[in-house]
Design a binder for this molecule. Structure first.
Ligand code: CUA
Length: 346
């Protein structure tokens, strides 16, 4: 468990530094840190509170136990001139046995009751008027993000409005999986929520501060488990409206890149990927209608640049081993045409 947590933590910090470099540093809000101790959203505040409470109690236990241990080691260490006889052996002290049974029992009861209260508090929240509804679907190895009420489909980046006292806008997430179990986790916004095949889970967030926050799939889901970065971009209300309006526009149909567009439609690309306004309506891979509005490729494995895009089209598994997108064996000219077309999908 500890080994897994350490690996998740190190892949998180590596991915967040990739992302920060790609974005040229976070323009708004705090720098991204995948830490539960830097919450910016309502259920995450409660999670930090609970974590501090549990850490406090276990910290006191640690100090008492380790302190007694050190005291005994020093006080009763072997000294020169000891006669090597055993000290008196004590059995059957009812007081001591009662104390070390009842005190831990009380501590566990307190931890249990307080945790249960926090869980009920967080899960008891129901969607209400003004809330944004988002569906998040875990795939091997990327996140599909749908806004059913806005008619938007994107991938790997969750865009939500900030919530303020004047206009509270919490976001309610429906979490599902297309294949195996994943876990949706953006530590600064909320706790983990498993994405489980054939089951629908609910999670909510109410971020109070604009900014970019990173997270990561938190349930081992195959070879690219570590290659499932999540980014949440919390916008001001106006910025969110602008983002949504841009995402709602159909894909550009640029006359200069018709050869690439024809390739996209005639090759197998369009059976896995959707580009609104073309015959491409596949749902196995990410929706590409506004591909270039996203900051990374391959769910966070590299910055979304023209060079990386061309390399990705040439051979995805060279950049992300195990990725389910096949290499299409394109000629250099075809690669150029297809890249040029995709670059227009802003
Ligand atoms: Cu998806 Cu781990």
């Amino acid at each position: 468990m500890i080994g897994k947590a350490a690996r998740v933590a190190s892949s998180l910090s590596a991915l967040s530094s990739v992302l920060l470099t790609a974005a040229g540093g976070s323009a708004e809000g705090r720098a991204a840190t995948p830490s539960i101790f830097a919450p910016v959203s309502t259920p995450a505040f409660a999670i930090r509170e609970l974590a501090m409470f549990v850490l406090g109690i276990t910290g006191v236990i640690f100090v008492v136990v380790a302190g007694l241990g050190v005291y005994v080691l020093v006080r009763f260490r072997r000294r020169r001139g000891d006669d090597r006889t055993e000290p008196p052996q004590v059995y059957g002290s009812r007081q001591i046995e009662l104390a070390w049974t009842v005190v831990p029992l009380l501590i566990v009861a307190v931890l249990f009751l307080v945790t249960a209260r926090y869980i009920y508090g967080v899960e008891g929240h129901r969607s209400r008027e003004g809330a944004l509804e988002v569906t998040v679907i875990g795939h091997q190895w990327w996140w599909e993000i749908r806004y059913p009420t806005l008619g938007i489909v994107t991938a790997n980046e969750l865009h939500v409005p900030v919530s303020d006292a004047a206009r509270p806008t919490p976001t309610f997430l429906t979490v599902q999986s297309a294949d195996v179990a994943h876990s949706f986790w953006i530590p600064q916004l909320a706790g983990k929520m498993d994405a489980i095949p054939n089951k629908t889970n609910r999670l909510w967030i109410e971020p109070l501060q604009p900014g970019t926050y990173v997270g990561q799939c938190a349930e081992y889901c195959g070879i690219q488990h570590a290659g499932m970065l999540l980014t949440a971009v919390v916008h001001s209300q106006d910025d969110f409206a602008r983002w949504a309006a841009a995402q709602q526009t159909p894909a550009r149909n640029d006359g200069d890149v018709q050869r690439g567009r024809t390739l996209f439609v005639s090759l197998a690309c369009s059976s896995c990927h959707t580009v609104q306004g073309t015959p491409g309506n596949g749902v196995f891979g990410p929706d590409l209608t506004h591909l270039m509005s996203r900051s990374t490729l391959g769910a966070g494995v590299m910055p979304n640049s023209p060079e990386n895009l061309r390399r990705w089209l040439d051979n995805p598994t060279a950049l992300k081993p195990g990725a389910l997108m096949p290499a299409m064996k394109l000629s250099p000219e075809e690669l150029n045409d297809l890249t040029a077309y995709l670059l227009t999908l802003r």
